[in-house]
Design a protein around this ligand. Structure first.
Ligand code: ZN
Length: 233
């Protein structure tokens, strides 16, 4: 093994205590290269893109070089937005990817579970949001006329409506907050039912969601932010 390789600008290689054959052949190969050296001094450069180098480090450019570029998904704005609640965002993200541990999914590992709201044997994501009569009744109550069209119990229709209709800024914030909170509480309620004997009515759940959305709007300091003025109305 070699200890040190010194390389100077004059293209000389001085290798001390090197007996490794692979290193010897590597050196021979390097020496055989036709290097074109300029008179300028060596400098460290950061890659900014293909064939583009700069002397300063810019984290976003470096990140773009090393990260895998994937196409931005249409639904990302429905999940992540400044006024959203992260724990709600996480649940809706799982719902969009159909990764919530619904009865339909748990039946794969031998633990089927029916819908605790209506008794439907196959509790799928699409059933919960909002093909189930209970959850759809709640959704109708919560969304009101925010969608600008009649709410549909179909999951894909609901999402594509939200992603494609041209909502004004405040309506879109409110709509997403209401959807996130509704999904979060609908997802949490069956677990509460498992651990407590009482179960909430649609009206009780609606009240909780309403209060949560109001609290969230209050915490955004909407009254001092002109861009959010009118959100509470
Ligand atoms: Zn149901």
């Amino acid at each position: 093994m070699f200890n040190t390789i010194y390389i100077n600008v004059g293209n000389l290689f001085i290798i001390r205590r090197c007996r490794d054959r692979q290193i010897q052949s590597l050196v021979a190969e390097i020496q055989g290269l036709q290097l074109k050296l300029t008179d300028g001094r060596d400098a460290v450069l950061w890659t900014r893109g293909i064939g583009d180098y700069g002397t300063t480090f810019v984290s976003t450019e470096t990140w773009n070089q090393i990260s895998q570029q994937t196409e931005k998904v249409l639904w990302s704005k429905t999940v992540w937005f400044p006024q959203g609640v992260p724990r709600f965002g996480f649940i809706i993200w799982l719902a969009i990817r159909d990764r919530l541990s619904t009865g339909h999914r748990s039946s794969v590992w031998g633990q089927p579970q029916h819908c605790l709201y209506c008794g439907e044997p196959d509790e799928t994501r699409d059933h919960l949001f909002f093909a189930c009569p209970y959850t759809f009744t709640l959704w109708l109550k919560m969304v009101g006329n925010l969608l600008g069209t009649d709410p549909d119990p179909d999951w894909n229709t609901t999402l594509s409506t939200m992603m494609t209709r041209p909502y004004d800024r405040l309506t879109f914030i409110l709509l997403r907050l209401v959807l996130q909170a509704t999904i979060y509480y609908l997802w949490r309620e069956p677990n509460e039912r498992k651990h407590h004997t009482s179960s909430k009515t649609v009206d009780q759940l609606a009240k909780m969601i309403n209060k949560t959305v109001r609290n969230r709007i209050t915490s955004t300091n909407y009254s001092t932010n002109p861009r959010l003025d009118g959100l509470m109305q």
